[in-house]
Design a protein around this ligand. Sequence first.
Ligand code: HEM
Length: 570
Amino acid sequence: MTEAAEQVLTHRKQQVLEPGLRTPPTDTISPPQSEDESSSVKGLATDTAPKKKSGFSDGDIPDDYVTRTLEREPALPPVQMKNILGEIQWVSFTILTVTPLLALYGIFTTHLSMKTFAWSVFYYFFSGLGITAGYHRLWAHRSYVATRPLEYLLALMGTSAVQGSIHWWARGHRAHHRYTDTDLDPYGAHHGLLWSHLGWMIVKPRRKPGVADISDLRKNPVIKFQHKLYLPLILFMGFILPTIVAGFGWNDWRGGFYYAAVARLVFVHHSTFCVNSLAHWLGEASFDNKMTPRDHFITALVTVGEGYHNFHHQFPMDYRNAVYWHQYDPTKWFIATMKMVGLATHLKKFPDNEVQKGRVAMSLQKINDQQSKLSWPKNYNDLPVISWDDFQEESKTRPLIVIHGFIHDVSSFMDEHPGGRHLLAGRIGKDATVAFNGGLYAHSNAAHNLLSMMRVGVLDGGYQLAIDDIKRTERARAAAAAASASVAAGATGPGAAGGASSAASTATEQADGTPIPEYSTPIPKVEERNIDVKARSYVPPGQVYTILKRGELKANSVAQKNGGKVGRIL
Ligand code: HEM
């Protein structure tokens, strides 16, 4: 025997006797399996198998069970054309192909009366609720407690859907929740829509589903009863009952069989299959997007309310699938009605606070994703700090305006400004914070956002400070003093040092004859003459005038001297 063939054989031996289709093959219709038989732990390579001491199939499950099992237990080779016949699960395959063909034949050859139609629709919901309210929410997830009569009713209703015994169904479903989107998930949606809808039932499982405990279900007499009598029960509930009701009721035996039994069964099958396929594919991840389950109204519509599947995978023990009144969840309504008539109790609900948190977390994530795709203003740490004087100086060559302590280059916006170009031009080289914030016009959020994108520097101190005025005055005095000293030196020669110092201390005029301003607080008005005409008449590059390139801007020497964080305006 080749190594590959040996591997396949070993794997086959390891396969748990779990059918692909929810109609169990003969093995699963037999009386309830012993703990070992039904537990998927059976057949695990010895070192990965949890050893059961506790009575739970997963009592001593290792912490790294999933990775270990996936690593150490080889999957069956993929199905290929050459081996397909040997890989098909014939029981499931036959049921899933014969029933739709039979239904089609019936639809084209049998008259559909209103009564039969109504009965078929009723029976569709009867079977569907057996699966959703019974198999799924009651037994697989224990989301409420049903009285014994309700349990028997749900067991019969679920049997009419011909989807396997409760025992088998719930075990597979618990594995699906525990190992969602891994290869230990019996109907993993990560293998594609077709696989999760039908493929996993038609083809032999490539791997054994992961361990899931169902010790609670094994003790349940209703589940035992259904498991024991499964074959006669499906014949009666799936085919005989829907037929005889129409037959005895309004003498439509043929319609009862083709519509209420067969066609209804096909609809119920695909309705449930959609929970495994469509509900992992269509819609929104309202609570968590790490895995495939999604929320969608259409899925809810075709699955008797199981369409809010992202919610369900987050809060599996909640008896609801849909939390809002306007969402379609007839299963929830059914369970709530059963509570009202005293047949159900202990309906579980996750705290609304936690449900809302899930939504908020996802909304924040979405917003973060959107945010990361947008351009945002430069952080102030990445901008150079510029002194007021340098800002003034550079404003002579390009249209710079201070707002909120940031220096903005408004060159790209001069002609676009809804308030008109002149309002910007008149504030070049100035602080327009007040005007921008309502002094003249209270700008919108959009304007604030736009403005922040024009940042090119941070104004040293954030405002034009009194210190700027003091420094400027000191500089003017020193320059005037130096000028008078040189005049005095020229007149009296080297011995006239005393004259120079007295000139420096008394200088009141600058070299150009303008008086040295006194220190003034508040901030002195910036004279219009400081602003070069070019900046005022600025037009965007490529048109008439091209702004000076950054490289040509002069170094920020004053800020350097003052020991500040220095740079050039960007
Ligand atoms: C670069 C800085 C500026 C930007 C990005 C800017 C942006 C805008 C925007 C987007 C609007 C449209 C309405 C709104 O969104 O609020 C607007 C309107 C206006 N802006 Fe500005 N603005 C700036 C500076 C200024 C300054 C300094 C003044 C006044 C001195 C001013 C005065 C106005 C006025 C009066 C309007 C109203 C126009 C109208 O609807 O009649 N803006 N600005």
